[in-house]
Design a protein around this ligand. Structure first.
Ligand code: PAF
Length: 282
């Protein structure tokens, strides 16, 4: 496994692959890797000639400094895990390598996708994500890039970014990897206590329950049922729950048979923020 810290080294190494039109799979990460990330690497390895992962904690996508400061940093363990799943290349640039001396996000128009859900609660988050993903795509020049379904809003925004900037990358959505109790894998789970981790089963249970309830109840009753689930659970505070159109990410006033929908949720366990989503059509 090759590990590069600079664009120059990475480019030099990839020159030969690009000249042979190799399929380059890319998995951008912020480190603190878990099985979900590793499943993206494995998916990419199956479909490409070479797989590159990046580890970069992107400062411009954090709206709160303490969240950036508390983001788990486990580089040595990450590199060991990547080696185990036979990742070919890892790119671990410094903040200066990516941003020079100007740590600023570009401003994007994602046709309103950025104003829904996460966009309402994390100011500037998607400008930061768009900035780093664009920069990394321009450096790595992947043919395919892999993202988890858990961050579905991010995935749709990256698809929009690719469309709007004419970047030539196929965006691949990979199923959410879950703990045995249904909790979606996330680097933030490392900050949960054992008790919170167990109790966090409520998130996926509630999302799954929504699917069931939607067959019997009107939308507002389903919303109320979700609120009740969290009112009775002292360890978690519900930030938002919404049923939204998969394409526009706008909350659905009603369910139309021609469209596809998802349930989205964000909750806090103390200061640890967890999100999840499920498709309501599959
Ligand atoms: O999903 C993430 O880990 C990050 O938002 C990403 C896509 C690596 C950009 O920093």
């Amino acid at each position: 496994m090759k590990v590069f810290k600079t664009k120059k080294e990475l480019n030099l190494y990839f020159k030969e692959f690009r000249s042979k039109n190799a399929k380059i799979g890319f998995v951008p990460t912020m480190g603190a890797l878990h099985k979900g990330h590793l499943s993206l690497i494995e998916e990419s390895s199956k479909e490409n000639d070479i797989t590159v992962a990046s580890i970069f904690v992107n400062p411009t996508q954090f709206d709160k400094k303490e969240d950036l400061d508390n983001y788990p940093k486990t580089l040595e363990n990450d590199l060991n895990l990547l080696k185990k799943v036979a990742c070919d290349v890892v790119f671990i640039p410094s903040v200066e390598e990516i941003y020079n001396n100007t740590i600023l996000a570009l401003q994007f128009d994602f046709d309103g996708l950025e104003n829904e859900m996460e966009g309402k609660y994390r100011e500037g988050h998607f400008n930061g994500v768009g900035t780093i993903v664009k920069k990394l795509f321009e450096i790595v020049l992947p043919t395919h890039a892999y993202f988890g379904e858990k961050d579905f809003q991010q995935l749709q925004i990256i698809r929009k970014l690719v469309k709007k900037t004419a970047l030539d990358v196929n965006i691949v959505c990979c199923a959410t990897y879950r703990e045995a109790n249904g909790l979606a894998m996330s680097s933030r789970n490392a900050r949960l206590t054992l008790q919170e981790k167990e109790a966090a089963a409520i998130i996926y249970q509630t999302l799954s329950g929504v699917k069931d309830k939607l067959e019997k109840l009107p939308l507002d009753a389903v919303h109320n049922w979700v609120l009740e689930q969290f009112e009775n659970q002292p360890l978690f505070e519900l930030e938002y729950f919404t049923i939204a159109d998969e394409e526009t990410l706008k909350s659905a006033p009603n369910i139309s048979p021609e469209k596809t929908y998802r349930a989205f949720i964000a909750v806090y366990a103390r200061e640890v923020r967890l999100i999840d989503t499920i498709s309501l059509n599959s």
